[in-house]
Design a protein around this ligand. Structure first.
Ligand code: ZN
Ligand code: ZN
Length: 409
């Protein structure tokens, strides 16, 4: 017997705005979602600003806030989260970057940022540099999906205020890194040296000879960007005295989870796309509560439909989620508290994240059930939770779970 459990289900980018083709309903309002509505009826509801009113959250910053970390303190760039997301052990003080394996010509002009959408062999290139030392700084490099990878510089005297080497556009020369403040000069120097070495070593590698024979552009340089320094973070267990796990579909969320000290659980059938197996994910989340008091789950699909501007696909994704939530409602146990929310809105009309608040529903024993009968952006705003922030979520959940500490006497 482990006592109460908390299950935080985050539907990525689910929030939206009224859509004319849906009769001025949001995709969530338009969807046939009896189970989400049942949850709203049985729970206490509200509306939530993931970071603060009007702030457009990234998926990473909102998830940090939801698991009780201050994104303004912890988040200094996407690098550390990407690196953690592909399984690198990022340590406090490390400078981490996202990077591409790319193509440059003889004048170091970037001709293809994705090296012809390279799919194979970047692991061989990463090994050429991984483990090197430059000025006493250790280089850790790991390939990720396709042309992507993550880089860590580990050593004394490093800071993350350096400009991107990646020019972010093809047809432009790569930008040698510049220190943006006086504490980051060594980082810029080491980074530039590494990029030079990457060009030399990658160019000579047999992988690129083979690519040339096949008429493919060579992956002949490493282009780092998004420098960030990981600050000291106490583990989830240290902060809350309970064990937490995360189930997600994309590296970015796993990166947040890993930095936040949650155990990573992968689910077969979770694709990160609209075709994902939401039901398997929900089942895995329920199983995870057997040995974790807290489980966070992110299902990505709604965000993809939002970025695509595809209202119909978003409605369908909500309906798929609804069926999985139906399974959860009929299998949740008496000691379980469930939170249903989104990490931000991704309105189909703007095809990007917006600062609109998201619906939030909490259910479990003893919650102050309100009059809300429908799970939606506007209906939930009339509920008993009122308007909260992402940083309030963990406190409210832990209090419901009877795991909060008293403030004062
Ligand atoms: Zn997101
Ligand atoms: Zn998004």
């Amino acid at each position: 017997m482990m006592g109460t459990k908390g299950l935080l289900l985050i539907f990525d980018g689910m929030g939206d705005r009224p859509v004319p083709e849906l009769g001025e309903k949001t995709p969530l309002e338009a969807a046939d979602s009896p189970n989400l509505d049942r949850a709203a009826s049985d729970g206490v509801n509200g509306i939530m600003d993931p970071i603060a009113p009007g702030v457009r959250p990234g998926s990473d910053t909102s998830h940090l806030a939801y698991i009780g970390l201050d994104p303004y303190r912890v988040y200094s760039g996407r690098g550390p989260i990407e690196a953690a997301g592909i399984g690198l052990d990022v340590k406090p003080g490390d400078i981490a970057f996202r990077c591409n394996f790319s193509t440059v010509d003889e004048d170091m002009v970037v001709t293809d940022r994705r090296a012809g959408r390279i799919v194979e062999g970047t692991d061989q290139l990463a090994r050429l540099l991984d483990g090197m030392e430059i000025e006493g700084v250790k280089v850790i490099l790991k390939e990720s999906v396709a042309h992507r990878g993550a880089l860590i510089l580990r050593g004394e005297g490093l800071n993350a205020d350096v400009s991107d080497v990646d020019p972010h556009e093809e047809g432009r020369p790569l930008h040698w890194a510049k220190a943006l403040d006086s504490g980051s000069e060594k980082t810029a120097r080491v980074l530039n040296e590494l990029v030079k070495i990457s060009h030399e070593k990658f160019s000579e590698h047999e992988l690129n000879e083979k690519r040339a024979e096949e008429g493919l552009p060579p992956a002949n340089v490493l282009l780092p960007r998004g420098a960030g320094k990981l600050s000291q973070v106490r583990t989830f267990e240290e902060r809350y005295g309970i064990k937490g796990a995360a189930i997600a579909e994309v590296g970015l969320i796993y990166g947040v989870a890993s930095i936040g000290g949650l155990d990573i659980i992968r689910v077969t059938g979770s694709t990160g796309g609209l075709d994902t197996d939401a039901m398997e994910m929900i089942k895995a989340a329920i199983r995870a509560t057997e040995d974790h008091e807290f489980v966070m789950m992110n299902i990505k699909g709604c965000d993809i439909a939002g970025h695509d501007g595809d209202a119909e696909a978003k409605v369908k994704m909500v309906e798929k989620i609804d069926r999985a939530v139906g399974y959860l409602l009929s299998h949740s146990t008496d000691d379980m508290y469930v939170v249903l929310t989104a990490d931000h809105s991704t309105p189909v009309s703007i095809m990007n994240h917006s600062g609109d608040p998201v619906p939030v529903c909490m259910l479990g024993r003893g919650v102050r059930v309100d009059d809300v009968k429908e799970y939606g952006e506007r209906s939930c705003s009339k509920g008993g939770l009122g308007r909260i922030r992402g940083s309030d979520l963990m406190d409210i959940l832990l209090d419901l779970m009877d795991r909060a500490e008293k403030f004062g006497a």
